[in-house]
Structure formats: C-alpha cells, structure tokens
Write a protein that binds this ligand. Structure first.
Ligand SMILES: Cc1cc2nc3c(=O)[nH]c(=O)nc-3n(C[C@H](O)[C@H](O)[C@H](O)COP(=O)(O)OP(=O)(O)OC[C@H]3O[C@@H](n4cnc5c(N)ncnc54)[C@H](O)[C@@H]3O)c2cc1C
Length: 453
C-alpha cells in the first residue's frame, strides 16, 4: 500500500499516470508541455498530464483531488491567457485524444477532445460536409465549441456551440458522463457557452452541413483608403443578408518572406468572407475598386485558411470588445486611433460581422444562445518582450476606450485573451443557472477554466 505523506508525494504518483506522459517542473519536457499558442504567456502549472483516453483523464482528476490540486482542460492552448495562476493546477492536455469519425448519413461528426479544426475539415470533405469551424485550422474544436464558435457560416448557421449534439466528459469526481438534450439537459445547456468549467471534456459530437463549394475570398485596399472603405463597409454590413459573413481588418504586415509580395511589409485594409447565395451582394464593396479581389467559387474546405491566421505559436497581446453599432462618429473614432496617421503599432484591428443567425436565440440552444452586438472587435499586437507587450496593451486599451460609447456589455469570451468578468457576458439569469450547475457538478471548484464560473 502506498502511504501518501504530502501533496508532493501525490505529485510524484501523478508521474506514473498516463503511461508516464506527465511533465513536472524540472522535467526535461516541462517547458515544451507548459507552453500554449501565445508565447508571450508563461503558464507554470503544477504538472502537465497527457491522457490518452477518458479513463486516464479520470485517473488524473482523482489523483489531483487527493493531492489538493485543481485540474484544467486544455487542448491546444489557444486561449491560455485567462487561466491565470496555474501553480496549484494540473493541466490536462487532451491533445493526444484526437480522432474524427464522420457519420455521413446522420451528418454528425464525433471528435476526441484533442481534435483541431483542420482534422474535421479533412475528414468531412470527402462526404461533401462542412463544420462550423472558425478562421484557424489549428484552433482546437473543444475550446472553440464550448465557448461559442463563430466562423464563416456564422450569420447563416449561428454559433458552433449550438450545433453540438452530445458532449462526453470526466467530472470533478472522476466520473464519466455523456450529456445531450435527453441526458442531464441542464449540464448539456451549461457546457455550451459555460466552457470548460464542469469537467474535462473527452469527446464531442456535432452537426455538419452539406456544403461542397462556396463563394469566398478577400478584397484588399491600401490603408490610406481606410476612410473611404470603412464607412461603406459598415453601412453595407448593417443591411447585408444572413447568407454572407465577413470580417473587416486594418493590418500592418511585417516584411516577412512568407507574406506574398504585393502586400509584404505594407499596411492594408482587407475585407474577407463567404457568401452562400447571390455573389451580387458584394457589389457595393466591389464598387470601391479594391486593389486585389480574390472572391470566387472555391471548394468549401479552403475556407479554413481563408483568413490566413498564424498557425504556429507566436508572442502577442490580444484584446477584444463587443461593438453594438458603428455610426459615423464611431468610425471616425476608430480611424483616428487605428487608421493611417494614428501611430497605432497594432498588427491587426479587426471587426467581425455579427447579426443574422448569431442574433437569434432558439429553444434547445446552450448558455450562449447568440451574441447581441453588431461586431466583435479584436485587436492584436506582436509582443517580443514585456515592454513591447505593455506598449501594445496600452494602444489596444486606447482603441477600446475610444469606442466605449458604442461598446456592448461583456465580451465574446472566445476572443477574450485576458481575464474578464463572464457574468457580464452571460447576464444575470444565465449566470445564476450556470452557477447552479457548477455548484452541483463541482462544489469544491476543482475544475479550473479559462472563464471561471
Ligand atoms: C489564431 C486564432 C484564431 C481564432 N479564430 C477564431 C474564430 O474564427 N472564431 C472563434 O469563435 N474563435 C476563434 N479563436 C478563439 C478560439 O475559439 C479560442 O481561443 C478557444 O478557446 C480555443 O480553443 P482551444 O481548445 O484551441 O484552446 P485551449 O486554450 O486549449 O482551450 C480553451 C479553454 O477551453 C476549455 N477546454 C479546452 N479543452 C478542454 C477539455 N478537454 N476539457 C475541458 N475544457 C477544455 C478550457 O476552459 C480551456 O481553458 C481564435 C483564436 C486564435 C488564437
């Protein structure tokens, strides 16, 4: 019999779990294991465990509980910032629990909690099916889906979280649970928007959509044209039909060889997106005579790289806000802070177009039934060291402050790279319901999530 004398002894026992795939501080593999997507962060968990299946997850959860430690589920680490201090937490990295199975007849995907979106796109495409993935092929299906999940079909099909049909997890007691609309529907509701607060998710199932081709692309202007393009875009976006979803970005691109020559090292305005109906809907934007216009019918799987998101980890500062409306005064404020001659050092200032199905809540939806705003603002600056990070943060905050009169309550939590108050996003009634599910499933607050309930 093993006699456990201190948490440290129990930590050592952790080492034997997951077939030895556990990294503790001081281990050779600890630094690689603790790093997430944002290299400017410095996660220092008590341990990092790599379970291969649900039973190994359960062993890690039980062992952490006995050691007086908490556990945090993480698949890719794309949203590690809001987790905060991890010194008393075992990071349960589900990246080794991938795998995608497609039920083509039912149009349902089943994925392990470590799957990334590219895995799903590749598995679904041969069946003529597409998922509600986001703009990055390497973002994890789990965190994205539990937090909301907004991609190029968002205004026609809503948030990915509301396309989930079943979720499997290991609870804080180390028990395996499968939840869906008929099995603990309150937990199923809470997970869809309440995120990783209720257990370590081991698998997800969700609806796919019959889409093989799509009219999509981007239009680019020099950023000196921002004052001409943004007012037209904002007016167009406010009235656009639900079958189109776009993003508007001001980007200051570095002179890196991997960036194509026409835009390498330049500052530009870019509108990209996807149209599921008549392409003529883009005419008002075309009338602005973009320098580059790639919109065309393309195979639907190409959508996952349309936005050209970085796929390798990098050091950056990100910030976000919900924008309720973008009248002329808000456009002026944004351009003054982020447009040409603003002095903004940010690599990217983005407005993701909301509305359409994102604004419509329906029976059967989860805790995040929709988003009540016209845009999600996302700001991003490179942060090679702490001074640079502070400088970028300062500019991001100035932009947010300038847009404050038009900003909404709370944030779109998937885009929140720092701790925010999630109760503001959920609103009082949803927040009370989420707290009740948390109190039932995890009364000791063992589970440590990015946006804590
Ligand atoms: C480059 C980039 C592009 C993005 N594009 C989009 C986009 O187009 N649309 C959009 O909506 N969002 C987008 N996001 C935001 C993204 O959805 C969030 O960062 C999301 O949380 C990432 O999920 P993940 O599993 O990859 O990250 P992780 O950091 O691994 O997980 C985030 C959180 O999810 C929970 N979680 C993850 N795995 C588990 C698990 N197995 N069990 C329990 N909880 C778990 C935890 O609470 C964890 O803290 C983007 C982010 C980046 C960095």
């Amino acid at each position: 019999m093993t006699i456990i004398e201190s948490p440290r002894d129990e930590l050592s026992l952790l080492r034997d779990l997951c077939g030895g795939a556990v990294a503790l501080p001081g281990d050779d593999g600890y630094d690689a294991a603790r790093s997430g997507f944002n290299l400017a962060l410095d996660q220092r968990p008590a341990a990092v465990a790599y379970p291969a299946d649900a039973s190994e997850v359960a062993e890690v959860v039980r062992c952490a509980r006995r050691a007086g430690l908490r556990v945090a589920g993480q698949s890719t680490g794309h949203n590690a910032g809001p987790l905060g201090d991890l010194s008393g937490t075992v990071l349960v990295k589900t990246s080794g629990m991938g795998g995608v199975a497609i039920d083509a007849a039912a149009r349902i995907a089943r994925v392990g909690a470590g799957a990334i979106w590219e895995d799903v796109v590749d598995a679904a495409a041969p069946h003529g099916l597409l998922a509600l993935h986001g703009s990055s092929p390497t973002v994890g299906v789990t965190g994205y889906s539990l937090g909301g999940g907004m991609g190029w079909l968002a205004r026609s099909h809503g948030l990915q979280t509301n396309s989930l049909t079943a979720i499997e997890l290991v609870t804080a007691e180390g028990e395996f649970v499968r939840t869906d609309a008929d099995h603990d529907p309150e937990l199923f509701w809470a997970l869809r928007g309440g995120g990783g607060n209720f257990g370590i998710v081991t698998a997800l199932e969700f609806r796919l959509y019959e889409i093989t081709e799509i009219y999509a692309g981007f239009m680019i202007w020099d950023w000196s044209e921002a004052g001409r393009v943004l007012p037209v875009y904002a007016k167009w976006a406010a009235d656009a039909p639900d079958h189109v979803t776009t993003s508007f970005r001001i980007m200051q691109l570095p002179p890196l060889p991997e960036i194509p020559e026409p835009i390498r090292g330049r500052s530009i305005v870019i509108v990209d997106g996807a149209v599921q109906g008549d392409p003529a809907v883009l005419e008002p934007l075309r009338a602005l005579q973009p320098e580059i216009d790639t919109f065309a019918t393309m195979p639907a799987p190409a959508l996952v790289r349309l936005h050209q998101d970085p796929e390798e980890p990098m050091p950056y500062v990100g910030d976000t806000a919900l924008i309720d409306e973008l009248p002329e005064a808000a456009i002026e404020a944004l351009l003054q802070m982020a447009g040409p001659k603003s002095g903004s050092p940010l690599a990217m200032v983005e407005l993701r177009q909301l509305g359409g199905a994102l604004a419509r809540r329906a029976p059967g939806h989860g805790a995040v039934g929709g988003i009540d705003a016209q845009y999600v603002l996302f700001l991003c600056g490179m942060a090679l060291d702490a001074d640079m990070a502070a400088f970028m943060k300062h500019h991001a905050e100035r932009i947010k402050a300038a847009l404050e009169p038009w900003s909404g309550r709370g944030a779109y939590l998937n885009f929140a790279e720092d701790k925010v108050d999630p109760s503001l996003t959920h609103g009082p009634a949803t927040w009370e319901r989420l707290k009740a599910v948390k109190a039932r499933l995890d009364p000791d607050n063992l589970i440590h999530a990015n946006h804590a309930i």
